[in-house]
Design a protein around this ligand. Structure first.
Ligand SMILES: [Zn+2]
Ligand SMILES: [Zn+2]
Length: 238
């Protein structure tokens, strides 16, 4: 086993709330500069900047997972991560079919830019990505697994858009084995209130929307080797 530094929750310029300087080239370049072993760009409800991330990660020698921060029907935020770009893109298409019909207003919510590895804007997403989707929380684990990925409830201690805030408790039939906490100091308190989390792996990420907020190598994950496949296996925590 090796210990890998990671930051698996980073927003790009595709998220309306993400800074327009969050170009895949800047994100991957910053990760390389900081010596992060593994990163994931996880825009709200879209994987459409992942192809650029894949190319850049290869070029910089950074291991990348691909995916998104999905918003469920109940407005719970959930990281959906894949070790395979194609699988992530296909899952992204499925999620697109479950969007609510609400358009983005860039002047109010921010731009939703799709860019290539050379910083060219190659498109925009017109549907507002920070909205809920039509996908109920209870269906997400199996759906993500169907595409070969892992589901990780995001920032579970947050007072909004989290499993605990929005659902009140961990649903009985839950299967997820990993969760994300922003403030790891609350773990004991969380586990006491919700024993389900005791047996889960906890990860912590920057949730960066600005370049300077991407984590230093402060969080580590044990994996068989430095590869997307091994990291995904560790995150599945089966
Ligand atoms: Zn979130
Ligand atoms: Zn986020």
């Amino acid at each position: 086993m090796i210990s890998l530094s990671y930051d698996l929750h980073i927003h790009s310029c595709l998220s309306p709330c993400g800074d327009n300087d969050m170009l895949p080239s800047n994100i991957v370049g910053m990760a390389a500069l900081k010596n992060l072993d593994v990163i994931a760009v996880t825009d709200h409800c879209s994987c459409r900047n992942c192809p650029a991330v894949a190319k850049l990660a290869d070029a910089y020698g950074v291991t990348a997972l691909f995916g998104m921060e999905l918003t469920s029907e109940e407005e719970v935020h959930i990281l959906c991560l894949f070790d395979d770009l194609k699988a992530a893109m296909e899952y992204g298409e499925y999620v697109r079919s479950q969007y609510l019909d609400v358009m983005n207003v860039p002047a109010i919510f921010g731009d939703q830019l799709i860019v290539d590895e050379d910083d060219n804007v190659i498109g925009t997403e017109d549907t507002l990505l920070i909205n809920a989707t039509k996908i109920g929380f209870e269906y997400i684990y199996d759906k993500v697994e169907e595409y070969g990925g892992v589901m990780i409830p995001a920032h579970v201690e947050k007072k909004a858009n989290s499993l605990i805030a929005n659902l009140g408790a961990v649903p009985e039939e839950s299967k997820f084995r990993t969760f994300e906490m922003k403030h790891v100091g609350y773990r004991d308190e969380l586990c006491e209130k919700h024993p389900y989390f005791k047996d889960c792996l906890m990860i912590s990420n920057s949730d960066a929307h600005y370049l300077e907020h991407i984590n230093e190598p402060i969080n580590f994950l044990e994996a068989d080797e430095k590869s997307a496949k091994a990291v995904l296996k560790a995150l599945k925590n089966l």
